[in-house]
Design a protein around this ligand. Structure first.
Ligand code: FMN
Length: 336
């Protein structure tokens, strides 16, 4: 079984579901000696199988796939309807409509687990919660190294007790969705360094630190805090291998976008992105209704795909350090 501790470069490339992860990006990070992750959320099991095979065709090195763990909570129809009303004028302006009813989806979690087992993917990581002990045991029987993403020591202990082999400690500076286990929970909002140290201390598991990494100095500081490796997402957003939309790439270097914030405005779950008009207009009133709000805003995000004031510009606080260079150069610039 592959292990985090075997990762000589000490660098992982974050899973980035929703179009940013590509087989090319994952393979490029792994071929450079890092651990490339692919964000498998939002794909069907068949699509995920094709992706895994494409990554395998591009690299012989270990790689990981990340899944969102589903949590079905009672649907707040009134909050959903009110948010839909609020978004309708924007949708109409963009020439689209918004669905009145959106079904719950578990994102085909079980089907994708079976694909990852069948394909014997070297590493599987989870976010938005931890898979249960039985699922982790099934992955182990297929020789899969299982990791849980956590934002607090309490979440780390749950993952530890479920039997994970390693953890990814996601600090508050991180770009994209917060890994926070429960949809309704407040964000623990812990900085990457103290979170890493506390999670290592509490669990004794190998920990990959993530969130806000800009430079090799940041990597060294997190390794000193006890991490076995460091995961970067934002630093890969401008790489040619990434699937990042052009409007998103441009926004990362546009002086108009100068800060990031966490918001439920796009999906109903907290995520960090560059502050744009959509975040400013909707953060205060966005309800914690996931995944239905994610599906709701999908029409807007597709219709406004070239407009940085509309789409989600996921980014961590280190976004100005992201360079338009190959992923191998990002890994080489950070690795020891
Ligand atoms: C565009 C984008 C998409 C992301 N998608 C996922 C995902 O699908 N699964 C996941 O566990 N983390 C996801 N993340 C979070 C990363 O795993 C990681 O925690 C974060 O990128 C680290 O912080 P940094 O962006 O400051 O490097 C995403 C981050 C970004 C920027």
């Amino acid at each position: 079984m592959f292990r985090f501790e075997n990762l000589d470069a000490r660098i992982a490339g974050a899973p980035m579901a929703g179009g940013t992860s590509t087989p090319q990006l994952t393979a490029a990070v792994s071929n450079a000696g890092g651990l490339g992750f692919y964000g498998g959320a939002y794909l069907s099991p068949d699509q995920l199988r094709d992706v895994v095979r494409e990554i395998r065709a591009l690299t012989d090195a270990p790689f990981g796939v990340n899944l969102f763990v589903p949590e079905e909570i009672p649907f707040d129809a009134a909050a959903f309807a009110a948010y839909r009303e609020q978004l309708l004028p924007l949708a109409r302006r963009l020439g689209t409509d918004l669905p009145e009813a959106v079904p719950y989806t578990d994102d085909s979690f079980e089907g994708k687990i079976q694909v990852l087992i069948d394909e014997r993917v070297p590493v599987v990581s989870f976010t938005f919660g931890c898979a249960d002990a039985a699922t982790i045991a099934r992955l182990h029987r297929a020789d899969v190294f299982v990791a849980g993403t956590v934002t607090s020591v309490a979440e780390a202990m749950i993952a530890h007790d479920a039997g994970v082999d390693g953890l990814c400690a996601q600090g508050i500076a991180a770009g994209g969705h917060r890994a926070t286990y429960r949809i309704l929970d407040d964000d623990p909002a812990i900085e990457t360094r103290p979170l890493t140290a506390a999670v290592v201390e509490a669990t004794g598991l190998p920990v990959i630190a993530a969130g806000g990494v800009r430079s090799r100095d940041d990597v060294v500081a997190l390794l000193e805090a006890g991490a076995v490796a460091v995961q970067v997402g934002t630093l890969l957003l401008r790489c040619p291998e990434a699937g990042t939309k052009q409007a998103h790439r441009d926004a990362l270097v546009d002086p108009r976008f100068s800060e990031t914030a966490t918001t439920r405005a796009y999906s109903g779950r907290l995520a960090r992105g560059l502050v744009n008009d959509f975040i400013e207009a909707n953060t205060a009133s966005a309800p914690p209704v996931y995944p239905q709000v994610n599906t709701l805003t999908g029409a807007i995000r597709r219709a406004g795909a070239t407009d940085p004031e509309v789409i989600n510009l996921w980014a961590g606080i280190g976004f100005r350090a992201a360079q338009a260079i190959p992923a191998a150069d990002v890994v080489a610039g950070l690795a020891r």
